[in-house]
Design a protein around this ligand. Sequence first.
Ligand code: PLP
Length: 387
Amino acid sequence: MKNAFLNEFETKKALSEFIMQADKLSMDVKCAEFETAFALKQGRKEAVLFNSGGSANLCMLQALKNLGKLNDGDNIGFSALTWSTNTMPIIQMNMNPIAIDCEPDTLNVMSWNLLERLNTTSLKALFLTNVLGFTGDLEEIKRICDERKIILIEDNCESLGTVLPAGKAGNFSIGSSFSFFVAHHMSTIEGGMVCTDDEEFAEMLRISRANGWDRNLSAKQQVKWRKKFDINSEFDAKYTFYDLGFNFRPTEITGFLGLYQLQFLDSNINTRESNYLKLEAIIKENDDLLNLKHDHISVLSTFAFPVVCKTSELREKYLAQFSGAGIEIRPMIAGNMQNQPFYKKYAKDIFELPGSDFLHHNGFYCGNYPELTEKDLQTISSCLYKY
Ligand SMILES: Cc1ncc(COP(=O)(O)O)c(C=O)c1O
């Protein structure tokens, strides 16, 4: 990403003016306004703003533990192709990570990958990642989870704006996380969100986000907690901590930027999708490269341009073409998470993951963002031809 923000200059100017006139910069009304606007945009009842997507992930698991829905030692499934701070929270929360394979041509866990794991291993929850703007067959995955009483959680940090016929990515689960780090679909510099339709979960997220206290709850919710623990004065309530939490609060800068960037989100998603489709047309002509499937997705809000080569030797060739053209490239997120040093140190169950291994060795991506010019797209295209 070239810039920190969509409409960089205008956003920085508005931010400077906001900072100069704001009375308070710690979490306050702008954060609440952004939560309301984002929940509306995503079509969920509640949105809870965080200081990052990674802390949103950790807090979702803490809140589910506080509510007694998850416990120490529970098996938690996760997409083997994901980001570190999707998987690390499972370990940090003293639960057992269970990797589920991802399909090379959708980049995601498909229902059959889930069923294969469930043949041998039971799961209490599935913390699914919607990878790089693509998704699996979420409707079927949700059906399987509902049927087997597996709590479905979505890490939607890479897929804001992706829509399936059955609904938006991020709306298939009890809660879904979003990241607003630079280069995501919209940026608040650092920032994250959890969306949910479950009011009890949202309430616990607000407790866990800020020290374990009740200050960010509604008056009605505060009365409930204070009554339950016999807290009879405002003085005592100020420093009463009801359950385990962190300090993962955003600032008013996060709230302001979120609201401001939200107005440019739809056009950014459209540009990302049309950029992707242009490059996809070239990939389709090249039999060195895998065609990624997305016919189950109605709006493809890609995070990046993923490229999957048919062999690792071919990847070397295309990596050289991209580097030679001066295009910054990245591995296919964390690849097969089981290969990461931290995973080997802490996880006890290791599985065969042929799809994720394939992506680990044969995949890479480069950026897709709205400032890409026709010339930039041509440069990327020129690296995708089979010479
Ligand atoms: C799938 C996924 N989950 C979580 C995160 C963490 O988000 P953040 O960088 O805002 O902590 C990312 C970051 O890119 C991500 O891609």
